[in-house]
Design a protein around this ligand. Structure first.
Ligand code: SF4
Ligand code: F3S
Length: 406
């Protein structure tokens, strides 16, 4: 990793806190070296490229192009800046006890500066960052955390400079900026406090920007965004919030494994009740899935094992704009969510009041169950536990032109 201060470098691309002086990584074949070192076969690598193709909602015929790009692309120089936040997005990146190929791709890139995980500190670490800013050679700038703007930005300073100064300098030296997590996207939770916290999009202009919302973001989407950039030289298709369509283009409600229960009027009424134990719909417990978009039901967490609704908790719309204020209280029901084909709202319907809507609901539920079962048949578990579905044919438009939901 070049002269990064104790950062990721061959021979072990995952040794982010290495002790021994590292060997310089080759500029070419950097990924093959990293994969070979971790004992990853070419077959698994090809499977990873295929999974990335599907995750990016690209046709399968694009897989060879992605393989070629990953095998031949110059090792990108990446800087990760962290400002006012909880470090949850860094934790999300480092989460895996059994690193996947996605982890290795992310870790094997030339991560020249990441103050949370780099071994170096102080003036030497800052010198590395300043060298890249002066050279203007940062390929991808990843930003985590919000940027305080009140009182001259004094609420977050590093090496004598405010977060705002650091961000503006680094963004000017970068080709692509990726804001990871809710705080870097739109100020997140700190936006509600006294520091005047805002997101990256509020303080930089004229720079290609990708917002990867989520609290925290899902690292599979970061990896896919970088893979897309390495393959095509640009960000993937974005929505009106600069979020990739492949990750934020579909309602959680439409991808949810509990959807058949919603359609059938089977709702959890209290934590731990029979419905909760049976995996029924969490709408009445405050689930915001009908107004939120994200691919967490597909990509999931913890190496693809689960996600919030799968674990029995309603969605709090963590990947929606300003969700801390616009989607809370988190346990209040969304108003006026309609059952399909009927005028009754989901709130009206329960086991005891299902009566007149039973037939209409059952008809629709049958359709939905058939569709979901078809989609499940299409889905496949990709390498590293990433569940990869066939991309739905028509992306759902974000449900709120007013910005009240994603
Ligand atoms: Fe799933 Fe929530 Fe929709 Fe129920 S309301 S089907 S739990 S997303
Ligand atoms: Fe976040 Fe809701 Fe998914 S809380 S991780 S968008 S289920």
């Amino acid at each position: 990793m070049g002269d990064a201060v104790g950062l990721v470098t061959s021979p072990d691309p995952l040794s982010v806190v290495g002790d021994a002086p590292p060997e310089p990584a080759a500029a070419e074949n950097w990924l093959q070296i990293a994969l070979a070192h971790r004992g990853i076969s070419r077959r698994r690598f090809l499977g990873f490229a295929s999974a990335m193709t599907a995750l990016l909602a690209l046709p399968a015929t694009m897989t060879p192009q992605i393989v070629k790009a990953l095998e031949t692309a110059k090792k990108p120089t990446v800087v990760w800046l962290e400002f006012q936040d909880c470090a949850g997005n860094t934790e999300s990146m480092l989460r895996s006890a059994d690193p996947t190929i996605a982890d290795i791709v992310l870790d094997a890139i030339s991560l020249e500066y990441h103050e949370t995980i780099m071994a170096g500190a102080g003036a030497a670490a800052e010198a590395v960052l300043q060298k890249h800013i002066a050279a203007g050679d940062i390929d991808i700038l990843i930003v985590e955390g919000s940027i305080p703007t009140n009182d001259g930005g004094v609420y977050c300073t590093i090496a004598g400079k405010t977060a705002l100064q650091h961000l503006q300098e680094a963004a000017a030296a970068s080709k692509l900026v990726i804001a990871v997590g809710a705080c870097a996207w739109d100020g997140g939770f700190p936006r509600l406090g006294p520091t005047g916290a805002v997101g990256v999009q509020d303080v930089i202009g004229n720079k290609p920007l990708v917002n990867l919302g989520g609290c925290p973001h899902n690292v599979a989407n970061t990896t896919a965004t970088i893979v897309h950039y390495l393959t095509f030289g640009k960000a993937p298709e974005l929505d009106q919030y600069n979020r990739p369509m492949f990750a934020y283009g579909h309602l959680i409600h439409d991808q949810c494994e509990r959807r058949a229960n919603f359609d059938a009027g089977r709702f959890v009424e209290a934590w731990g009740d029979e419905g909760h134990r049976n995996g029924w719909c969490l709408y009445k417990m405050g689930c915001k899935g009908p107004q939120a978009t994200y691919n967490c039901p597909i990509v999931r967490w913890n190496s693809g094992t689960s996600w919030p609704i799968g674990a029995g908790h309603g969605c709090i719309a963590c990947a929606s704009p300003q969700f801390w204020s616009r989607m809370s209280p988190f346990y209040d029901r969304l108003p006026d969510v309609k059952m399909f084909g009927v005028d009754a709202t989901a709130q009206d319907i329960g086991l005891g009041a299902i009566g007149v809507v039973t037939v209409a609901t059952a008809i629709h539920a049958g359709t939905v169950i058939a569709r979901r079962s078809r989609d499940r048949r299409k889905a496949a578990v990709g390498p590293d536990g990433i569940v990869i579905p066939e991309p739905p044919s028509t992306p759902a438009a974000p449900s709120d032109g007013s910005g009240t939901s994603a």
